[in-house]
Design a protein around this ligand. Structure first.
Ligand code: FAD
Length: 476
């Protein structure tokens, strides 16, 4: 039986990056992937000539983002769409008030200013929160200090609730006070008109990836690892496990002996969320021109409050909305028609009869996907951002958990999945972006691996002329 240097479990962005770093450093690497495709939660549907990202769409901030170097090297065109992090302003947004009328520009500006005021207060209440405080507690503490009339406070409260749901797919009282600590966007946000999946297919180039291999157990000792899939058993000196937090928590993947502390505690405190996309394509546009998003305030927007205009990106009239947190939990058992009917009823409260029946509706089901079991991880009340780092603690130099949920600077993102395999041990915050090692590599080898990574990307990938800033064209 071949004994590999490293087996990587999972061919998402984290697993493929880890495999490239290691094989670039001369290691023999085998990647085992349960699905019949690479990319994991980066998944693009191509049908009827349309390109739809069903998982990740955005890079949430291109400044100083290592992922941007990779997508540029791969020649992936990007389009600016700076609205993916639930900003209250910055780009044109059509706000509809509780009564269903569009807010004037001045009212929308006043509302956005209120959100910024509370955000500043919130920074302080989060920083001084006690262990065990929820994000809701921090928000209520910030709001309690205001002498505004109740209606004005309520608009900001509901905005922060919706932001928690869209950013982390969880009800505000179930997220730790520090659950949005990483929520800063540096620079423009971009999306991928030709599909985000190109990143994964390019990363997989030249790697030994075995698709349709569902790993059921990882047995490890000082002597190495034995990984059993439904298509056979494989051996290696070490293993990098990049499956999502929902899979790590499930009994479907056995790690034997069980993960020790501090990893076990971190897994307990992190949870997979409820967050799904609903994409609707219409025969004609009926919504406001020249806006990135439409937002609804008041009780009517309890579930469906934000729609993103993807028309220019998709080439046909298209709106994207999210089922997040309690809404996503509630619609889990609904069929797509019922979900569409609910979304359309909300749109009709704004645009009445102008809302046509959609030609096409797409509802994702990541929470029920056995190889995702949620869209990404969040910090339960009592958890700490450090839990992400603790989960990346190498186990006896043999086993390393990597993936989105093990990176505390930008967890829940493709950026995190790209960065997590760089590290071998918990990092002080100041050193989080410095390249360190995948499991089992010492710092010197790590630097080598990182340079090999860079060299491979520049020598093996032909970068078409003009790819860089000038491909950052607006999506609209
Ligand atoms: C709806 C949605 C929207 C999102 N939006 C954004 C966004 O706009 N921007 C952003 O940056 N991020 C976004 N994300 C998050 C982003 O997609 C993830 O953080 C990132 O792709 C995770 O990469 P990963 O490699 O860590 O995990 P994955 O991509 O999940 O890779 C893990 C791999 O392990 C495989 N696997 C699981 N179980 C087994 C097993 N038993 N045996 C073998 N293989 C197994 C899986 O099939 C998968 O391929 C979104 C995610 C979703 C679902």
């Amino acid at each position: 039986m071949t004994i590999y240097d490293t087996i990587v479990v999972g061919a998402g962005v984290a697993g493929l990056t880890a495999a490239r770093l290691l094989s670039g450093a001369g290691r023999s690497v085998l990647v085992l992937e349960a699905r019949d495709r690479v990319g994991g939660r980066v998944h693009t549907q191509r049908s009827d000539g349309l390109v739809t990202d069903l998982g990740a769409s955005w890079i949430h901030g291109v400044d100083d983002n290592p992922l941007v170097d990779v997508v540029r090297a791969f020649g992936m065109p990007m389009a600016e769409f700076t609205v993916g992090s639930f900003q209250p302003d910055g780009r044109p947004i059509a706000y509809y008030g509780p009564g269903g009328n569009r807010l004037s520009a001045a009212d929308a500006e006043r509302f956005a200013a209120d959100v910024h005021t509370v955000d500043e207060l919130l920074d302080r209440t989060v920083a001084t929160s006690r262990p065990g405080d929820s994000y809701e507690t921090a928000v209520e503490t910030a709001l309690a200090g205001l002498d505004w009339r109740p209606e004005r406070v309520e608009r900001v409260r509901e905005f922060l609730r919706h932001r928690t749901e869209e950013q982390y797919g969880v009800w505000i009282a179930d997220l730790d006070a520090h659950g949005l600590d990483d929520d800063q966007v540096e620079g423009d946000e971009v999306v991928f008109p030709e599909g985000y999946d190109r990143l994964a297919t390019r990363l997989a180039d030249g790697l030994d990836v075995r698709l349709a291999h569902v790993v059921g157990s990882v047995r490890w000792s000082h002597d190495g690892v034995s990984v059993t899939s439904d298509r056979g058993k494989f051996r290696a000196d070490r293993v990098v496990v990049t499956v999502p937090i929902g899979v790590l928590k499930s009994p479907e993947l056995l790690i034997d002996p069980p993960l020790p502390e501090p990893l076990a505690g971190a897994i307990e405190r992190l949870e997979p969320n409820h967050f799904e996309k609903v994409v609707l394509r219409f025969p004609d546009r009926f919504w406001d021109d020249g806006v990135y998003a439409i937002r609804r305030q008041g009780d009517a927007g309890r579930w469906w409050h934000s729609w993103y205009d993807l028309t220019d990106l998709h080439g046909v009239p298209t709106l994207l909305t999210f089922a997040a947190g309690p809404c996503a939990e509630a619609i889990r058992t609904w069929d797509d028609d019922a979900v569409a009917a609910s979304v359309l009823a909300s749109l009709r409260e704004i645009y009445s009869d102008a809302v046509a029946e959609p030609d096409h509706v797409l509802v994702t089901r990541w929470r029920d996907d056995p190889f995702a079991r949620g869209s990404y991880g969040y910090l339960t009340v009592g958890a700490s951002p450090e839990d992400h780092d603790l989960l990346a603690t190498p186990v006896e130099g043999v086993l390393h958990i990597a993936g989105e949920v093990t990176w505390s600077e930008d967890p829940a993102t493709v950026t995190a999945a790209r960065s997590a395999p760089d590290t071998a041990s918990p990092r002080p915050s100041s050193a989080r972006r410095s390249p360190s090692a995948p499991s089992g590599l010492d710092p010197e080898e790590s630097t080598q691996a990182a340079s090999t990574w860079a060299a491979r990307n520049s020598s093996q990938v032909s970068v078409p002329a003009g790819v860089s800033e000038d491909r950052l064209t607006p999506a609209r």
